[in-house]
Ligand binder design. Structure first.
Ligand SMILES: Cc1cc2nc3c(=O)[nH]c(=O)nc-3n(C[C@H](O)[C@H](O)[C@H](O)COP(=O)(O)O)c2cc1C
Length: 286
């Protein structure tokens, strides 16, 4: 099959998960291509695509707005093209499944056969910084699930997630983020630590940051991905009302994975369930 993956990623987690999944699919003999969902990126030609993957990070129990906008601009699918969602989130709550509801609705309207969803937990890029041990355990969780998930895609097997009425309601309420983020993002600013390197402008998937006199200027189309604040080498981006939740700097995944006793207290039960599902039964992705 020719498998095309279109992926939105603010801080690299989703791009990493999609890239690793595509590698596994190549090992199974498929031809793959990865297209970032970015304002400045080339759009894929989907006419000869046999299977479409859509990658996104969960934002407020929803898919980010640029992902929904991207899906709305897709042409009609040829012959009910099979499609899977590939998402990442910082916590393993089932509530995150509701983020697939709107993407699935749009894709089905476009004539795609949405067969499944794969969900991987990777470290937070907002709220708080996970320990590197947690990051390493999450990466292990991803690596353990990928072979079985690639097999499911390869065989076009269904793997849909469920989202109950409460999760859908919470997701609906949190969709306010799609309206609020462009307003909040206008108040992002560089602090005196800014060295004018322009990294924030180059990573922004929305092309929302332009450099003016060596300083970043934030426009009106912020999607709240936190790519700017996360990747700033000087931690110089003040993220307005989200500043207390700012996470800066890449995680190191190289150390030893956190043991069960070292799992963070926040959502501890859910993390333990997610890690053990992957370690004991890697065929379970949801
Ligand atoms: C604005 C925003 C909202 C988020 N909301 C959620 C959420 O509702 N649930 C969750 O588990 N993680 C949430 N996260 C964490 C990200 O989903 C997670 O870190 C993801 O792996 C980031 O992927 P990326 O590096 O590809 O952007 C949120 C992150 C951001 C920036």
């Amino acid at each position: 099959m020719k498998i095309i993956c279109c992926c939105f990623s603010g801080t690299g987690n989703t791009a990493r998960a999609c890239g690793e999944l595509l590698k596994k699919l190549e090992q199974l003999g498929h031809e793959t291509a990865l297209f970032p969902i970015r304002a400045d990126a080339e759009r894929p030609a989907l006419a000869d695509c046999d299977c479409l993957l859509i990658g996104y990070p969960v934002h407020g129990f929803n898919a980010p707005k640029p992902v929904l906008q991207f899906l709305k601009t897709l042409g009609k699918a040829q012959n009910k093209t099979p499609c899977y969602l590939v998402r990442t989130s910082g916590e393993p709550l089932k509530l995150n499944n509701a983020s697939g509801v709107t993407p699935k609705r749009i894709l089905r309207k476009k004539g795609y056969a949405v067969l499944g969803e794969f969900h991987y937990v990777l470290p937070y890029n907002i709220i708080f910084r996970h320990s590197d041990g947690m990051a390493a355990r999450m990466l292990r969780g991803l690596e353990l699930r990928l072979p079985a998930d690639a097999q499911k895609i390869s065989a076009l097997r269904p793997s849909l997630a469920k989202a109950g009425p409460l999760a859908r309601f919470i997701s609906f309420v949190c969709r306010i983020e799609h309206t609020a983020m462009p307003v909040i993002g206008r108040h992002f600013r560089a602090t005196e630590r800014c060295i004018g390197c322009g990294r924030c402008a180059s990573v922004c998937p929305q092309g929302n940051i332009r450099m003016e006199d060596g300083r970043p200027k934030f426009g009106k189309s912020c999607a709240g991905c936190m790519g700017c604040a996360f990747s700033c080498p000087e931690d110089a981006i003040h993220t307005a009302v989200f500043n207390g939740w700012r996470v800066n700097g890449a995680y190191s995944f190289d150390g030893g994975p956190a043991s069960d006793d070292e799992i963070c207290k926040y959502c501890r039960k859910a993390y333990l369930r997610y890690f053990h599902e992957g370690e004991d039964r890697p065929e379970i992705s949801q």
